[in-house]
Design a protein around this ligand. Structure first.
Ligand SMILES: Nc1ncnc2c1ncn2[C@@H]1O[C@H](COP(=O)(O)OP(=O)(O)OP(=O)(O)O)[C@@H](O)[C@H]1O
Ligand SMILES: [Mg+2]
Ligand SMILES: [Zn+2]
Length: 507
C-alpha cells in the first residue's frame, strides 16, 4: 500500500515541500530510499526501523520503497526520520485517518523512539505557513523558535509513540503558544551604550552619519584609542529591527544552529566580529552541506573586522562580491545555496605597524613599512568603504569630566528619522538607504550645484582620488543632507563628507 506524508527540505533559507512516498508491498523484505537523498537521509533507515520497534510497534517484514519527491531537490539532514516513520506506519494501517494533506512533519528519531531537534525549524515553519498548511509537527526542542510563527498550529512532540497517540486521537497536544510581547521587550536592550564613550564628538558624528546612511566605515587610530569600544556600540544606534527583519535574521541563525532557549528570536541587530584567523568557510559560508558564514550571520547587523590588515588578503578579496550583491551563493556539484548577507561593514586599523604614526614622534616605522601595511587593505576593501574615521584617544580630562554623554537611544531616534527619509525617497527604486545608491541613482538623487561641483572637483584633483571616491563623497553628502532634513545637498554637506576620506588624504 502506498502512503504519502508531507515534509520540507531547505535550500539556504528557502523551504521546499517534499512528498515522502512510501510503498509497502509483498516480496523479499528490504528497503530502499530514492529521490536524491544525501548520506544523512539514507541513514534514516536504521534509525526509523529501530525507533519503530522500540516504540512498541511491529516493523513490517516486507518490501519498502521510499521516494522523496520531487527528486530534483537535494535532501539533507535528519528531519525526514519522522515523516518516513509515519508514512511506513500509515502504509501498514497502524495509524488512523488524519488530516495528512494539511500537515507537515519534520523531526529526527533517536533509536529509543525519542524525537530529536532539527536545524532550521524556523524557516521551515515560515514556509509551511506561507504554503497554507494547517499544522506542522516539530520536535519539542524546536518549540520555542517554531512557536514564533503565527497562523499555523505548531505541534511539538517528544517521542514517536506520543505522536502516534496524537494522530490516533488518543493523546491531546495543544499547539505551542509563544508570548511575543515578552521577547519583544528585549528589543533595543543592549549591554553596551554610546553614553559610555567619553568625548569623541567628531568620531561619534562620523559614526552617526555611517549609521544614518548604512555606509560601511573604517576606524583608524592608535592602540587604546577606543576603536573596538565604539564599533561594538554601532548596532545600538541602528534603527530597531522590524518583526519581519527579526524573523529574517533568526532564520539564518536557526540554520546555523545558534538558536537556544534563551534566544528563540533575535530582536536586536547582530554584531559579528570574526577573528582574523577565521577560516574562509566560517567567514563566507560553505562546507559539504553549505552553512551560512559570519557574513550571513551579520545580516541586518554589523560585521566588524577588527585589525583589518591582519586579515589575509585572499579572505578580504572574497568579501568583494558579497559586499556588492548583499548575498552569497555557494555552489556545489549540482545545486547552489544562496544566503543573504546584507550587513554594515565596520573595520578598524592602526595607522601604521607600530600603531602610533601621526601621534607625536613615537612612531619609528619607515615609509615603506607603512605603505606595505596599508597596501594590505587598500585594494579589496577600502574601495568599498564610504567613511574613514580617524580616532585619536581622548584627553584624561574627558574621563574625569561629569558631562553626560548622549545615549544610544537618542542617537538612534535621529538615525531612524534619516532612514525614514531614504526609505520614502527610494520606495520605487528597490533600495533602502544611500549606501545602496548605484551610479545611475547617484546621478538622479545626488545633484549638486556648480559651486559644490567646483569644490569637489578641486578636492578630488588635489588628492588624486578615483572616480569611485568621488561617488562615495556624493553618497555620504546625500546622507548628511538627509540628517539635516534637506532635500538639497548643500556646500556644508559636501564639505563634511570630504572629511571622511582621511585615509586618502593622509597617504
Ligand atoms: N572615549 C572613551 N571613553 C571611555 N573609555 C574609553 C574611551 N576610549 C578608550 N576607552 C577605554 O579604553 C579601552 C581600550 O579601548 P579599545 O579597546 O576600544 O581601543 P582600541 O582602539 O580598539 O585599541 P587597539 O588598537 O589596541 O585594539 C576601552 O575598553 C575603554 O575602557
Ligand atoms: Mg581594538
Ligand atoms: Zn609606526
Amino acid at each position: 500500500m502506498l502512503s504519502i506524508i508531507k515534509s520540507i527540505a531547505l535550500n539556504g533559507i528557502e523551504g521546499f515541500i517534499i512528498d515522502v512516498q512510501v510503498d509497502v508491498s509483498g516480496g523479499i523484505p528490504c528497503w530502499e530510499i530514492v529521490g536524491l537523498p544525501d548520506v544523512s537521509v539514507k541513514e534514516a533507515k536504521e534509525r526509523v526501523k529501530t525507533a519503530i520497534k522500540n516504540s512498541g510497534f511491529e516493523f513490517p517484514s516486507r518490501k519498502i520503497v521510499i521516494n522523496l519527491a520531487p527528486a530534483t531537490i537535494r535532501k539533507g539532514g535528519s528531519n525526514f526520520d519522522i515523516p518516513i516513520a509515519i508514512a511506513v506506519l500509515k502504509a501498514c494501517g497502524k495509524i488512523m485517518s488524519f488530516e495528512y494533506e494539511s500537515t507537515l512533519f519534520i523531526g529526527e528519531l533517536g533509536l529509543d523512539g525519542a524525537v530529536n531537534g532539527v536545524i532550521g525549524a524556523l524557516p521551515m515553519c515560515i514556509e509551511a505557513k506561507k504554503r497554507g498548511f494547517k499544522r506542522i509537527i516539530i520536535p519539542s526542542q524546536n518549540e520555542l523558535e517554531a512557536g514564533i510563527v503565527e497562523g499555523i498550529d505548531v505541534i511539538a512532540v517528544k517521542s514517536l509513540s506520543q505522536l502516534i497517540g496524537f494522530l490516533n486521537n488518543q493523546v491531546t497536544i495543544f499547539p505551542s503558544k509563544f508570548d511575543l510581547e515578552d521577547v519583544l521587550k528585549c528589543r533595543n536592550l543592549y549591554n553596551v551604550d554610546f553614553s559610555e564613550v567619553k568625548g569623541q564628538k567628531n568620531v561619534k558624528r562620523a559614526i552617526e552619519v555611517a549609521a544614518s546612511g548604512g555606509h560601511n566605515c573604517i576606524l583608524i587610530g592608535s592602540p587604546g584609542s577606543g576603536k573596538t569600544m565604539i564599533a561594538k556600540r554601532i548596532p545600538t544606534i541602528l534603527p530597531s529591527l522590524t518583526f519581519d527583519e527579526s524573523l529574517e535574521v533568526t532564520k539564518i541563525h536557526s540554520i546555523a544552529g545558534n538558536i537556544n532557549e534563551n534566544m528563540p528570536i533575535l530582536v536586536n541587530r547582530p554584531f559579528i566580529a570574526p577573528h582574523h584567523t577565521i577560516s574562509q568557510v566560517s567567514l563566507v559560508g560553505g562546507g559539504a552541506n553549505p552553512k551560512p558564514g559570519d557574513i550571513s550571520l551579520a545580516n541586518y547587523g554589523v560585521l566588524f573586522l577588527d585589525e583589518l590588515p591582519e586579515f589575509d588578503r585572499n579572505k578580504l578579496e572574497t568579501l568583494r562580491g558579497p559586499l556588492e550583491d548583499r548575498k552569497i551563493s555557494i555552489s556545489r556539484l549540482n545545486y547552489t545555496v544562496t544566503y543573504p548577507c546584507n550587513f554594515m561593514l565596520v573595520a578598524s586599523m592602526n595607522p601604521c605597524p607600530c600603531g602610533y604614526y601621526g601621534y607625536g614622534d613615537k612612531c619609528k616605522c619607515s615609509n615603506n613599512a607603512i605603505r606595505r601595511y596599508l597596501s594590505k587593505v587598500s585594494g579589496p576593501i577600502l574601495d568599498r568603504i564610504d567613511i574613514q574615521v580617524e580616532v585619536s584617544g581622548v584627553d584624561f580630562e574627558c574621563f574625569t569630566s561629569d558631562e553626560i554623554e548622549e545615549s544610544s537611544y537618542k542617537i538612534r531616534k535621529r538615525v531612524e528619522k534619516a532612514r525614514a527619509i531614504q526609505i520614502e525617497r527610494y520606495k520605487n527604486e528597490g533600495i533602502f538607504s544611500n549606501s545602496e545608491l548605484t551610479d545611475r541613482l547617484i546621478e538622479k538623487y545626488c545633484i549638486i550645484d556648480g559651486k559644490c561641483q567646483k569644490i569637489l572637483e578641486l578636492f578630488v584633483k588635489k588628492k588624486g582620488l578615483s572616480g569611485r571616491a568621488y561617488k562615495r563623497i556624493l553618497k555620504v553628502a546625500r546622507t548628511i543632507a538627509d540628517m539635516d532634513c534637506s532635500e538639497e545637498i548643500q556646500e556644508k554637506h559636501i564639505l563634511e563628507a570630504m572629511q571622511y576620506r582621511n585615509l586618502d588624504n593622509k597617504y
